[in-house]
Design a protein around this ligand. Structure first.
Ligand code: 4NP
Length: 149
């Protein structure tokens, strides 16, 4: 299973989703490949935001070695599922889809609602962490079981 997490900057939300799902999958020996990317290009090559690194570390997940990459259409070929954090990410990723098969790989990370961008509000990193972690647990259940996402 190859999964790509996408947000705007690839420094706050998608690095958390990437790190948490990778950590869960590795702990269960699932052999999954998890990555992340941003629809914006400002932070290419940067480590995650220090507030995301800190909240992940608090819960035993090390995301400090991640480096931001820019979303490109070639990534549609590499992943089975592409999960986006909000409607803007959804619009920006779908705009780059080349055909229906690309589109079919893309969905909102949360089944209902969005993961709000915590970049301008430091108090949101903790709730965003939990929102993402809970959904990552569900994704492991669904993608390893009969149910698809
Ligand atoms: P992210 O948050 O999409 O969760 O990584 C953001 C990080 C940086 C910016 C916007 C959102 N920015 O405008 O630089």
């Amino acid at each position: 299973m190859k999964i790509l997490m996408v947000c705007l900057g690839n420094i706050c939300r998608s690095p958390l989703a990437h790190g948490i799902l990778e950590h869960l999958a590795n702990s269960k020996g699932l052999g999954w490949s998890v990555e992340s990317a941003g629809t914006g290009d400002w932070h290419i090559g940067h480590a995650p935001d220090e507030r995301s690194i800190a909240v992940a570390k608090k819960y035993g997940v090390d995301i400090s070695a991640q480096r931001a990459q820019h979303f490109t259409p070639a990534l549609f070929d590499e992943y089975d599922h592409i999960f986006v954090m909000d409607e803007n990410n959804l619009k920006d990723v779908l705009a780059q889809a080349r055909h229906a098969q690309d589109e079919s790989k893309v969905s909102l990370f949360l089944e209902e609602g969005i993961v709000p961008d915590p970049y301008f509000d430091s108090t949101q990193f903790e709730p965003v962490y939990h929102m993402i972690a809970e959904r990552c647990e569900q994704l492991v259940e669904k993608l390893t079981g009969q149910n698809q996402v």
